[in-house]
Ligand binder design. Sequence first.
Ligand SMILES: *Cc1c(COP(=O)(O)O)cnc(C)c1O
Length: 360
Amino acid sequence: MAKTWNAESLAMPSVARLSPYQPGRLSESGMIMLASNENPRGPSPAALEAAKQAATTLHRYPDGSASRLRAQLAGQLDVAEDQLTFGNGSNDILDLIARVFLGPGRTAVFSEHAFAVYPIATQSAGGTAKVVAAQDYGHDLPAMAAATEDRAVSVVFVANPNNPTGHWVSQEAIENFLDAVPSRVIVVIDEAYFEYAESQSDYASALPLLARYPNLVITRSFSKFHGLAALRLGYAVSHPQVANLMNRVRHPFNVNAIAQAAAVASLQDDAYLKACVAENADQRERLATRFAALGSVTMPSAANFLCVHMGDATAANEWLLSQGIAVRPIANYGLPEWLRITIGTPEENEALLVALERRQ
Ligand SMILES: *Cc1c(COP(=O)(O)O)cnc(C)c1O
């Protein structure tokens, strides 16, 4: 092969400049996995049963429009079926949004310390990112709204609650934000953790605002609370015209049959899911108190993880790994002194605390 041949020089410059997403540590047997914000209890037993059933017809293509799941979810959310778009994880949805609304000459606005997929989706569509400085580690919504005055801006991404910080904004703040942003800008509220956030009294989903703001898109995931990360399923709720546009660039069979079946069952297992939320809220509070006793500050969190100040986070991470516990260093999010720690089961959390106490 010619030595001078260089594929990167042939790629679109926006792609050549991309750095790929860095996933959390892969699950290993025997390791306590607190690195990727999955539900530590796993999926509902009903979802597992439905997945097994669906595995008996793997030679058939899945339902490309996810009709059963669509009907189930539309009913539960009280939205029209044509407002829903399903994706191979909500990551796929973020990508569909970027492919429809971003490209060369267009800009996406998001916050410092925001979810790492926003810059990747923006740049791979050929768009430009405008990062707005955070305020106390959270979204500075007035500054983000001001940034949309630039006519090149076509999309704003707001994670509520945010990953990796756990910060959340109230429904009133979102409403003021939507009032301040021109309707030519698509406002994406990423609610990957909304089920957990409802334990915070001033949190509310943006879903009821959809009727008043046609430029609002809400994205959600089955990877975290529903415990179905491996199956890859997420969705958007939007104006039907926005859903129609996303459907034009969507791959025809982007959501597999097992994911569709498991999700329908999971959505029906209210008791299991409520217990998961209650345990998470409980453990989150307990962990924050224990971290404080260890001299570690935690950021307020509405999600199933905590951002913990460690000082030398690299050393703390290495110590935890040596003790068989995987958490998430977040230097790549501009937070080199912090670790993001998923709330595990009570037993896992205890093991984490004991490991940290032993280090002191
Ligand atoms: C995990 C996560 C997602 C993506 O989840 P999928 O597994 O692709 O559904 C989206 N947004 C945020 C903020 C997340 O933390």
